[in-house]
Design a protein around this ligand. Structure first.
Ligand code: PMP
Length: 437
């Protein structure tokens, strides 16, 4: 598999030393899964496909880290950007397109009375935590083991096993101390909320950890809603992945619940940088200055950012949300994901591989450690035989299919049945190659 990978990608191989020379760890942070002996460098994308610098074509299940519900370079998104481009890239001042963008968010997302645009998903969770702290006057944020909320200081503790240390060095102890990492268990949450009076809020990924790699337990998010309400702390639903994907109104519409705050990014901007915090008016009001400015009493959440609600992002965001609002893209993506999951199960059965295929909405996940994932923890699900997982992704890449991580992917509303069936042949070939090796 590895030899075939090297043979097919001479240009990527040639470029890689220049990447490692310039960039610590060889890239910009989204290339960690298959860097051995080098990652594939991508040249362009169109619809459900992308091409690398060696001209190899892939049916893509990575889709810009799940930001491209409409596929690569959707004509209406490209048109919106093309129209916006000559008008000017940024003014540091309100633009009208931001109004339409904000109205679309508030119309689609159930909890959104008010919305604040930021420049990335990580910024959205960072701001949401600050708003929760400001609103309650309390300091601590509860989060779940293994859920992902971006790379900032308050999102690192509990991100990856072992959960008693942050997933990165360079995190100040103050930040670590302000975050309580809990195992995914509503009883533990209730006990913690009952025994501590310094909790500002609870943040939870909507899908379960890492877009459902560790699936959400039935009733879990609803339980978080009940308990946060009971104990008067802010519920932050991280919808960076699920927003506009699980349904036009995200996971909250899908489940019929309303968090106090939610975080959005990815599909929100139609594939350009951006994010948002949206939420209940009363909570979002902490961003409004109410204190006595003259005496420097800043009784509001300060938030800035040069590129917040950037006009190009507002233009592509409006185009993407206009299409996402109908629900057709999500329905097609869900149907194709189901077709893929069913086909994958058939392949695993045919080759008598002890694997589990799972996932909801427009995602799919593979676990190569047994026929069930019941009761398995995040460490087992995410890190089961990393070498096998890496070989699997490479075996797929050489057959013209790419994933989002080593064993998971997402779909768009422009993947067709023919794309799925072609992909299933690649999956079948990859499994055979793995068996042969
Ligand atoms: N929250 C979740 C649930 C995510 O999946 C991600 C990114 N994958 C983030 C937050 C961070 O978003 P960004 O990468 O745009 O900073």
């Amino acid at each position: 598999i590895r030899e075939e990978y090297i043979r097919r990608n001479p240009r990527s191989a040639e470029l890689y030393p220049r990447f490692t020379e310039l960039f610590p760890s060889g890239g910009a942070g989204h290339d960690g899964y298959v860097a051995s002996p080098f990652p594939i460098t991508i040249a362009r994308g169109q619809g459900p496909r992308k091409w690398d610098v060696d001209g190899n074509e892939y049916i893509d299940y990575g889709l810009g880290s799940a930001s491209l519900l409409l596929g690569h370079a959707h004509p209406e998104v490209v048109e919106a950007l093309t129209q916006a481009a000559p008008v000017g890239s940024h003014f540091g001042a309100p633009v009208e397109s931001m109004l339409e963008w904000g109205e679309r968010v508030c119309n689609l997302i159930p909890c959104a009375d008010k919305v604040r645009f930021v420049a990335s998903g990580a910024e959205s969770t960072m701001l949401a935590m600050r708003i929760a702290r400001a609103y309650t006057g309390k300091e601590k944020i509860i989060r779940w083991e293994s859920h992902y909320h971006g790379w900032h200081d308050y999102a690192m503790p509990g991100n990856l096993p072992p959960f008693d240390a942050p997933a990165s060095i360079g995190i100040p102890q103050g930040a670590v101390d302000s975050v309580i990492v809990l195992p995914v268990d509503l009883n533990v949450l209730e006990e913690t909320l009952a025994n501590n009076n310094d909790i500002a809020g609870v943040i939870t990924e909507g899908s379960g950890a890492s877009y459902g790699t560790v699936p959400r337990q039935e009733g879990f998010v609803e339980g978080v809603r009940e308990l946060t309400r009971k104990y008067g702390v802010v519920m932050i639903l991280d919808e960076v992945i699920t927003g506009f994907r699980w349904s036009p109104g995200g996971l909250q519409e899908w489940l019929g619940i309303e968090p106090d705050l939610c975080t959005l990014a990815k599909i929100l901007t139609g594939g350009l940088p951006g994010g948002a915090v949206a939420g209940r008016d009363e909570v979002m009001q902490v961003m409004v200055q109410t204190g006595d400015r003259q005496h420097d009493r800043y009784e509001r959440v300060l938030h800035g950012g040069t590129f917040n609600a950037n006009p190009y992002c507002a233009a592509t965001g409006n185009a993407a949300l206009r299409i996402a609002a109908t629900g057709e893209m999500q329905a097609q993506a869900d149907r194709m994901a189901e077709r893929l999951r069913v086909g994958l199960r058939r392949i695993m059965d045919h080759h008598e591989i002890a694997a589990t295929v799972y996932g909801e909405s427009s995602t799919f996940h593979l676990y190569f450690g047994g026929r069930s994932i019941d009761g398995l923890d995040a460490n087992t699900l995410k890190n089961a035989s990393p070498d096998v997982q890496t070989a699997f992704r490479q075996a797929l890449q050489v057959r013209g299919v790419d994933l989002m991580s080593r064993t998971s992917g997402v779909l768009s509303g422009v993947h067709t049945e023919a794309d799925i069936d072609t992909s299933l042949e690649a999956f079948d070939g990859a499994i055979k190659a793995m068996i042969d090796e």
